[in-house]
Structure formats: C-alpha cells, structure tokens
Design a protein around this ligand. Structure first.
Ligand code: 0RA
Length: 667
C-alpha cells in the first residue's frame, strides 16, 4: 500500500489483478476506510465543528477508559500550532503484540479496523470508545495524517497513517520507562468544513470529563497562541464539586449537598457485572428541577432508566421519613407525589455500566431495564442512611416538598374550578330563567336584564316575544371588582348572565361572534335599590365584559317615574322636571292624578311596553366606554366603595355621576 494509492484511499478501486497483491486484512481496511470517508456523518455525526471536536473526545475516551480500568491517571490534550492535536495518556498503551488473527501488530489493528476496540480485553476492560464513540480507527480514517506512539514493555512503538492508511508497518523507535499512548492527528480538511478547534468548547467538555471521573487529571494546552495557554482539571470531589458549581447561584434550603457513591453487583447474561453509581443532590428555592444524567461519561439529556430509579427512590424515601414525622405529617393529607419532590431539586446522576444501551444514536436516553431497579436500590439505601444521620438536613427538604404539594393542590383546584365553570358556561344550555325570543339573528334580538321576579313577570307579558328576551336576575349581584374569577364564575347570577349573553366571559375571551343579542338592556327600578343593581351590573360589564360596551351593545332602559292623568289623557314623566312641565300645561289641577312608579312591577305589562320597551316610544341610554382621562376602573373601584358604604349622600352623587359615562341616545 505505497505510492499513489496512499493519498486518496477512498478512490481506490481494486481490479482483480491488483487485489491479489493485497492481503485479506488490507482489503478489509481499505473497504472500512472507504465506508467511513464516504459517509463521515454516519460515524462522527456531523462534519462541522461539532464533529471535529468529537475527533478529540474519541481519543480522550480511550484514555479515560484506561483511567476507569485503574491504569491511567492523566490525559493531556495539546492543540499544536499546525492545527494538529496531541492526546497523551499514561495508561497501559495499546497492546503491541502480534494480533493472533491478523498476524500484524495489534496497534495497527486497533488503528485501522472499524470497531476493533471492543474486541479487546474481555470483561474487565471495557472500551468506552466502543460504547461511546466509534473507535480511534474512525479518527484515523478522517485525519489527513495520524501518528501513534505506544510506550509499553520498555519499548516505544510507532506508526504513521495518511487518511487511515499506514505509511509503514509498526516500528520500534526507542526505549522507555513509562507506559501510555500518544495519538497525534490532523483532522482532514477534505472531510470537515472547519478544522479549527475551539478552545472553550474543548475546555468545557474536558472539565466535565474531569468532574465525572473523580481524581482524573486532565491537562489542556493551546500552543496556537503566544504564550501558550494551559489549564488543568482534577476534581477529587467528583460530581460533588460539579454540584457546588451548579448551585453557586441558587439558594439551597438545606446546608450541605447530599453526595454518595456506591457499587451494585448484579448478574446479566450469566455474567457478574458491576454498576458504579455516583449521586449528588440538593434542594434550592428555585421552582425548577435541574437533573443531569450521565452514563459512562455520556450526557443523557432525556434521562432514562437511571433517572427513573433515582426519582422513584427519592419519592419513596422522602415519603417514608414524612410518615415518621408527626408534626410534618399533619400538614398534608396525602403522600408527596413525584412532582412534589422534584421542584427545586438539583441533581447529578453519574453511573457507569458495562453495556449501556441508548434509545438512539444521540444517546439522549438510557434504556437498560436492569438499571432502574439497581439505581433505585442504591439511592434508597444511601438516602435513608444519610437522612438518618442528618435530620437537620432532612427537615427543610421535607418542608420544601410540602410547600410544593400545597401549591400544586391549590393550583389544581383552581384549574378544576375554572374548567368546571367554563363547562357550565359553554355546555350547559340556556338558563332556565331566560325567557328567550324567537329571533335568531343577534343583530335584531334584544335582551332585557330585569331586576326581580315581579318586574320580570310584567316584562315577559309586555314584551314583543319575537325579538325581545327577558332575563330576570335576583337582587344584588356580586361585586366583581373585589372577587376572584373563580368566585365570580361561581355566582349564579353571573353564570346566568354570561350564559344568556353567549359571548363568553372575561375581557380577553369575549367572542362577539357568539353574542346572542346586539342590544343588552339593563332595566331596573327607578329607585335607589334599582340604581344600586344597575351600578353593580355596569361594574360587571366594565370589568369583565368590556368588549360589549366598546362595541355599543350595552344599554340602560328608562322607565318613567310618574304617570300623570287628567280625565282620559295620560302622560308619563321621566324626571321631576318633566313632571312639573306636564303639570304646568294643565289649566287647573282638577281631576289630575300623579302616580309615582316605585318599581317596574307597579306598571302593568301594557304600560311597561309603551313606556320602556317599545322601540318606537322608549328612550334607551347607550353605555359608552370610559373616557380614558376621566374614569378608569380604579376610580370605579373607589366609587364602588362609596356606593356600598352606609352614607346616602356619596351614593346619590355616584349615581348622578353614572350619567357622565352614559350618553343619551334616542331610538
Ligand atoms: C486496545 C486494548 C487495550 C487498550 C487500548 C486499546 C488503548 C487504546 C488507546 C487509545 C488512546 N489511549 C489508549 N489506551 C489504550 C487494552 C490494553 C491491555 O489489555 O493491556
């Protein structure tokens, strides 16, 4: 494999003659290289910056495996001036013996065979590259050039490749007292859209690796800058230190971050296996939950079976302790739910298992079924032990969960109420009290809101049922300014009103297309109580049904105050002034009677029709929106206080003021 073929391995197409010159091993290598270089995305994800950085992580993973297996203590990543990278570890070094099947140095097999890594070191040695990434051979295939230097058995073994193809066989180039592997490579610009490594991206991932591998020393050196930049990461506290960083900005409700690390032995596929679990958790005042899950150093953004086990254990342990605490137990009727113990939780779950399985290529979710029970058991035991020894830490955590429980219950109740009310408003048909009209065109239909049942009776008899509907309401309706929506919607009168009108409830929710009557007419008695009720209704419409006012659908009926009779003639007077004027017209007072209408109920149906309801004779006042500068809802609220108070004079004044936002309109 020398000469012209070296430069562009992908393009090699071997004819039969040529094939004879290559061993089976070499053909396999070329086929593998071709596969990788034709579809780099299949192996490294993307060909952009993300994929480029994975090249480094892939090599580093192999070093981390050596650390996990107990042989390496440090990894060094050096960004070279020429754009290449050097990854140095002090592990055992790639095996240098002649590979039993391939009859060449194992180094060459590891560096050139796809997925060769996993085949080595049965049981005890698990290559995270095999689980995590794709193996160093892929990095090799996607590098313009790559060099490997292995220190093992006192010798330094060396081989160099171009786009994955060895330049020469593995050579011994010197003696050494150390062990370890050095991989140097230059990412291939034919493959990657960029070959420039980002210091910070690398830095952050390497720091994360250091957190996740307690004690491992990681050095990052950037020789591309003058002077070179260097950082060193080693966290003997592991994810506990990670948590300290995570919770720095939030306020914890207890004192210490809870941390434990354990192993669980189990059997899977007739094999003794071991799960290593490291957990850190804390409760903060934030209402968010932040849980980070890792399996063999891989970030599982969607969690998985380890997270399920952790959550189940947390919920159970906290409930068990709650049951034992007499004073706290009294605070809630039931058990804490999973949601209750999650609010404010910050946690890191870092597990290592021999054969992790993920839902997809992106490894966002761990799916190994056995992991759930194992993690649940570990966390149950460890948390119980911890809380038994740290009751002062437990208490504020339980209190925080109880708080969440209560808030959640309250919110749920509120939601249910609103849904229920909404259901009543939307689904329940028209209120029984409504005497509807036969007209179906809202533009032609009118709704009279009438106070009291007796007035309602007169109005029902006096109306033109073709287009006039009557809704009698009982006494004083709720002061909507002071009440919450839930209470307002619970009020029978409001419900009846909203349902009859049909356009929904709440200023933002009103749908005028559903409005059942384009004229909604408030018809109350001409006395103080009548004004009261009118004001309460106006308040309701202004506060909760404002679009109806803005679109001119709300009116106030004007029943007469007096009936003046002389002989066969009769006159209605709508005010005291009008009464005086009528009386002046008569030459003498003989036979003149003046009847004061105290309530609508005093009029017979015909009188009510001709004075107040007949469109040809009545006088309606159209309610107009407030003038922005004169009277806003706040002022209405203030005046409402006056109105509801005991003093008569301010009340009278208010009623007079009503007229200010009620404009006269003749029909
Ligand atoms: C195959 C087998 C063994 C180790 C490695 C590969 C290995 C690869 C890399 C890549 C960078 N650093 C590395 N360190 C080790 C097992 C070794 C044994 O069983 O002795």
């Amino acid at each position: 494999m020398k000469g012209k073929n070296q430069e562009k391995a992908v393009d090699i197409v071997l004819n039969q003659e040529e094939q004879k010159d290559y061993s089976a091993h070499q053909i396999k290598v070329l086929k593998g290289l071709e596969a990788v270089r034709k579809r780099p995305g299949m192996y490294i994800g993307t060909q952009d910056e993300t994929g480029l950085h994975k090249m480094i992580y892939e090599v580093v993973d192999n070093s981390v495996d050596e650390f996990m297996a107990g042989y390496a203590s440090q990894v060094e990543v050096v960004l070279k001036q020429d754009g290449s990278v050097e990854v140095i570890d002090d592990g055992r070094g790639i095996p240098t013996d002649i590979h039993p099947q391939e009859k060449i140095s194992t180094i060459e097999v590891v560096m050139t065979h796809l997925h060769a890594g996993g085949k080595f070191g049965s049981g005890a040695y698990k290559i995270s590259g095999g689980l995590h990434g794709v193996g160093v051979s892929v990095v090799n295939a996607l590098s313009e050039w790559l060099e490997v230097e292995v220190h093992r058995n006192g010798e330094i073994h060396y081989q160099k490749y171009r786009r994955g193809v060895p330049e020469e066989s593995v050579k011994i180039i010197g003696k050494t007292k150390k062990t370890g592997t050095i991989v140097r490579f230059k990412a291939d610009p034919e493959i990657f859209t960029t070959t420039e490594f980002n210091y910070n991206t690398l830095r952050n991932r390497l720091e994360e690796i250091a957190f996740l591998n307690k004690g491992l020393k990681i050095k990052l050196k950037d020789e591309r800058t003058q002077p070179p930049k260097e950082e060193f990461f080693q966290y003997n506290g592991g994810i506990l230190e990670f948590m300290e960083k995570l919770t720095k900005k939030s306020r914890m409700v207890h004192k210490k971050i809870i941390y434990f690390e354990t192993k669980a032995e189990y059997e899977e596929k007739n094999e003794k296996r071991e799960l290593i679990g490291e957990f850190a958790l804390a409760y903060t005042e934030s209402n968010q939950e932040r849980v980070f899950c890792f399996t063999n150093g891989i970030d599982n953004k969607l969690g998985g079976t380890h997270l399920e086990g952790f959550r189940a254990a947390l919920t159970k342990t906290l409930n068990d302790f709650l049951k034992k605490d007499e004073s706290l137990k009294k605070k809630i009727p039931g058990n804490l739910s999973g949601d209750d113990v999650r609010e404010g939780l910050v946690a890191i779950i870092n597990i290592k298992v021999p054969e992790p399985q993920f839902n997809s290529q992106t490894k966002e979710k761990l799916v190994n079924a056995e992991v759930k029970g194992l993690v649940q058991q570990i966390v149950n035991d460890e948390l119980t032990l911890y809380f038994e020894h740290n009751p002062n830490e437990l208490k504020p955590i339980l209190e925080r969960c109880i708080l969440t429980y209560r808030a959640r219950e309250a919110a749920k109740k509120a939601r249910e109420m609103v849904t229920k009310r909404k259901g009543i408003l939307e689904g329940g048909g028209l209120p029984g009290k409504l005497a509807d009209c036969s007209e179906k065109d809202p533009a032609l239909a009118e709704l009279f809101i009438v106070e009291g049942d007796s007035a309602g009776g007169s109005a029902k008899q006096g109306r033109d049922r073709n287009f006039q509907a009557i809704l009698p309401i009982k006494g004083k309706i709720l002061n909507v300014i002071k009440a919450k929506d839930i209470k307002i919607l619970d009020n029978d009168e409001v419900k009846t009103l909203v349902t009859a009108i049909g356009a929904g409830y709440g200023n933002d929710n009103i749908d005028l297309n559903k409005l059942r009557y384009h004229k909604i007419i408030i018809m109350t008695d001409a006395d103080v109580d009548g004004s009261h009720i009118r004001t309460l209704l106006l308040t309701f419409f202004f506060a909760k049904m404002r679009p109806l006012i803005e679109h001119g659908h709300l009116y106030i009926a004007q029943p007469p105050l007096y009936l003046i009779k002389k002989g066969k003639e009769s006159y209605y007077a709508y005010s005291d002034k009008e009464k005086e004027e009528i009386l002046k017209k008569f030459k003498d007072d003989k036979g003149v009677t003046v009847q004061r209408y105290k309530g609508l109920g005093e009029m017979n149906p015909e009188q009510l029709w001709e004075t107040t309801m007949d469109p040809n004779r009545r006088v309606l006042l159209q309610v107009k929106p407030f003038d922005e500068n004169s009277l806003d809802l706040k002022r209405l609220e203030e005046t409402f206080e006056i109105l509801m108070g005991d003093e008569v004079e301010p009340r009278r004044k208010f009623i007079e003021e009503n007229a200010k936002y009620v404009a006269h309109l003749d029909l």
